[in-house]
Design a protein around this ligand. Structure first.
Ligand code: ACM
Length: 763
């Protein structure tokens, strides 16, 4: 259908990030009433808990009375979606008096509720009461589902430790922006941060270091010259975070680095290092320690396995990350056991010891019910045994080289998570965003580059694309000690990555994103998040919320556009039927005479034929904007008559062939897109609350509720009418009869007959 310059429906601002897959805004507004009912009765088993939580949150923030109850006229109705819906997807319909939400899973409803809260005034998402007189939303329809299954945020708690409350605050932010994986980088050279009961020194020794690099956001960076730690999470705290995240539909993927980035652990248990009698220390500087696990020592490998055995049951996640990045091989090259193993295995590079270790750990994780995750070095490092890693089925976290690593992973049938570190589009959102920031990085890792980085380039072969499993913002904390500094650097680049994970590539627009982030400042402030003012440097752009274009009116450019107008009704007899103007000779008159079918009355019929009686043009009323006539191709001198032909307003609609009635209002209660064709409600201006509907079996009648599934939504499919006249001409010349596809048809077997330009056309 041609998009038209007839903005009868005004675009309105919608502040929703990540931007949804599809959104249409209609005229009118929904206002949250004083008493709100959420009807979850149809989806009790999947959404009762979410509905109760939404009720509590809405009530607390808005001061309205919000309850969950079955109701014939609920404010918010939850509807069970069918199997065709994405497992995380939802449809959200905001009408002037009610809201309908359809999903097929708990998480689908959760994301719908996140969208709903996000679009309401900012105090709702922030979870704080505010003096807002009207909680209103534009009438709209959203169909939504994520682009990528994995939308993650990684936090390094080794270099600096963040409390469980601080982590929960980040989890809430992630969930609001529909991120679903918290990658918890629990251990590194600079500190071990999780309780392992079998190895208590990991927290009495390895969780403490001699000094720390802090950032004062006003004064700059400095060494504290004080002991840092012991800082770690008890297993009870781990369980608490995992449970908290689960309620937000966030999976916690733990990372325990091995065999490199392991110096803290080896300070506590030097017997598992390559140099047990040497000196070991919890690393104070950033960078990479050469003190790595002795992978040729069976007891050392068992140490690693024991740690995983103890931790794995704490995490419901199917995957477990063992790091594996930046592992220097110097210690192995100088260690007798490693040299012997290297020779015995006929290895050609010391890095192959790491591949072998990774394979063994993957097998162990498998016995614990987990799949392994690794950083991309596992396949991209010099000497890495790619086929050995491919056998493990590892998920590869790609940072450097990100795209080459991801492509190699995909070529080997491994899932890739995109978390690019480079300045071409940095997903390492701890790096400073401009030269005046305090933090690591070069100052060029700005918001625009993060936003515009393309995680899955179009050039990637179609058969490899499915391995690009998701995106992740990663946050390393060598230079970040304070939660507010973390937030300052992460927000809003975190949202840029969230949008990369959710929104279709083609729907992304940096200017609009900036504009939405500017609006989100109110939310950040109310919810107590510090954000980076950097994005104020950009000129934002209005998000052009798409409105459903009205069908092309006939007069535009001297052309006439005709449409078949068919019902979206899904119930049996009414399903897909189109409006037909009955004329003498129409088969409906004969078939339904007992129901009063008569010429010049509107009925519905099967939509498969191109009969003139089923085709309608639209004429705009120049004196009354927004009002139209629907004119039949078979009787172009008339229009649909918005006066009921039968007694009472429940009667059928008739057709006036003497007069045009410019009194239809199209699409003010609903419009949208269905399979590429737009649909609308059609309402008489005269009978304000009554819509054209095919609720009465075949007849087109007036009906008070266009949305009850009886056929009050009408789909406008453009029809090329130039196909019709040549058929009639051919019939005239040959004396034969044809159907509308131009096939010869025998009058005796035809179902019916239409008159086209005075000639017979059978169907
Ligand atoms: C990493 O940044 N070393 C994964």
């Amino acid at each position: 259908m041609l998009a038209v310059a007839m903005p009868a429906l005004k675009a309105q601002k919608v502040n929703l990030t990540p931007w949804p897959q599809s959104i249409t805004v209609f005229a009118g507004n929904f206002k949250l009433p004083d008493n709100v009912t959420i009807d979850a009765s149809a989806v009790e088993t999947i959404a009762a808990e979410e509905a109760a939580r939404l009720a509590t949150e809405l009530q607390a923030a808005t001061g309205r009375s919000v309850s969950v109850a079955a109701s014939s006229a609920p404010t918010i109705k939850l509807i069970a979606g069918d199997e065709s819906m994405d497992e995380e997807g939802y449809n959200l319909r905001v009408k002037s008096k009610s809201i309908e939400i359809t999903a097929r899973t708990e998480v689908g409803f959760f994301y719908a509720f996140q969208s709903l809260k996000k679009m309401l005034p900012a105090n709702v998402a922030a979870g704080v009461a505010a003096d807002v007189t009207s909680y209103s939303l534009p009438c709209l329809q959203i169909q939504d589902a994520p682009r990528f299954r994995y939308r993650g945020f990684m936090l390094d708690v080794s270099r600096h430790f963040f409390t469980t409350d601080e982590i929960k605050k980040i989890l809430r932010l992630m969930a609001l922006y529909k991120m679903n994986v918290f990658h918890w980088h629990l251990t590194d050279d600079q500190g071990w941060r999780v309780e392992i009961k079998k190895y208590p020194k990991l927290t009495t020794v390895a969780a403490t270091r001699n000094n720390s690099w802090n950032t004062d956001m006003d004064k700059g960076q400095y060494w504290t010259n004080q002991t840092y730690g012991p800082y770690f999470y008890t297993q009870e705290e781990v369980k608490d975070i995992v449970a908290y995240a689960a309620k937000l539909h966030i999976t916690v993927v733990p990372e325990v680095e091995m065999p490199g980035h392991f110096a803290a652990a080896l300070t506590a248990y030097p017997e598992f290092s390559c140099n047990p009698s040497g000196s070991h220390s919890v690393w104070v500087n950033g960078g990479i320690s050469t003190d790595v696990l002795n992978v040729a020592n069976t007891a050392a490998v068992q140490f690693a396995k024991d740690i995983l055995s103890e931790l794995a049951p704490l995490f419901p996640s199917k995957t477990f990350h063992i790091g594996g990045d930046e592992t220097p091989t110097n210690a192995w090259q100088n260690n007798k056991e490693c040299q012997d193993l290297y020779k015995a295995e006929g290895m050609t590079a010391y890095y192959q010891l790491q591949s072998r270790f990774t394979k063994e750990i993957a097998a162990h994780l498998k016995t614990l019910g987990k799949e392994i995750c690794v950083w991309n070095e596992a396949i991209t490092a010099n000497g890495a045994d790619v086929s050995m890693i491919a056998e493990t089925g590892a998920t590869v976290y790609c940072w450097n080289p990100c795209q080459a690593g991801a492509k190699l992973a995909a070529q080997n049938g491994l899932k890739a998570i995109i978390t690019n570190w480079g300045q071409d589009g940095c997903y390492y959102i701890n790096r400073r965003a401009n030269s005046t920031d305090y933090g690591a990085g070069n100052g060029g890792d700005n918001l625009q580059k993060t936003y515009e980085y393309v995680p899955l380039p179009a050039s990637i072969d179609a058969n490899l694309q499915k391995y690009f499993y998701g995106v992740q913002a990663s946050f390393w904390t060598e230079h970040v000690s304070e939660p507010e500094h973390l937030e300052h650097l992460a927000i809003p680049r975190l949202m840029a990555v969230a949008e990369a994970g959710w929104t279709p590539q083609d729907s992304k627009d940096f200017g609009q994103f900036v504009n939405r982030m500017k609006q989100d400042r109110e939310f950040f402030s109310l919810a107590g998040y510090r954000y980076h003012p950097q994005f104020l440097d950009y000129e934002g752009a209005e998000a052009p919320v798409p409105t459903t274009p009205l069908p092309e009116v006939s007069e535009v450019g001297g052309k006439r556009y005709y449409y078949r107008i068919s019902s979206l009704a899904t119930t049996g007899e009414r399903s897909g039927r189109c409006i037909e103007l009955l004329q003498e000779g129409s088969p409906l008159i004969a078939a339904n005479s007992s129901r009063g079918a008569a010429a010049n009355v509107l009925w519905t019929n099967s939509a498969k034929e191109n009969a003139e009686n089923q085709l309608w043009a639209i004429e705009a009323n120049k004196n009354y904007p927004g009002k139209y006539a629907l004119v039949s191709l078979s009787k172009p001198e008339g229009s649909l008559n918005p006066t009921a032909s039968a007694a009472g307003t429940s009667g059928r609609w008739s057709y006036s062939d003497s007069q045009k009635h410019y009194n239809f209002i199209i699409g003010d209660n609903a419009s949208g897109e269905d399979g590429g064709a737009y649909y609308y409600t059609i309402r008489s201006d005269k009978y304000d609350a009554l819509w054209m509907n095919c609720a009465m079996f075949y007849g087109v009648n007036l009906y008070a509720n266009p949305t009850d599934g009886q056929g009050g939504y009408w789909k406008f499919e453009p029809v090329d009418v130039t196909r019709i006249s040549p058929l009639a001409n051919r019939a005239e010349k040959t004396g034969k009869t044809y159907d509308l596809q131009g096939r010869r048809i025998d009058e005796a077997t035809a179902k019916g007959i239409y008159i086209v330009n005075g000639q017979k056309v059978l169907y």
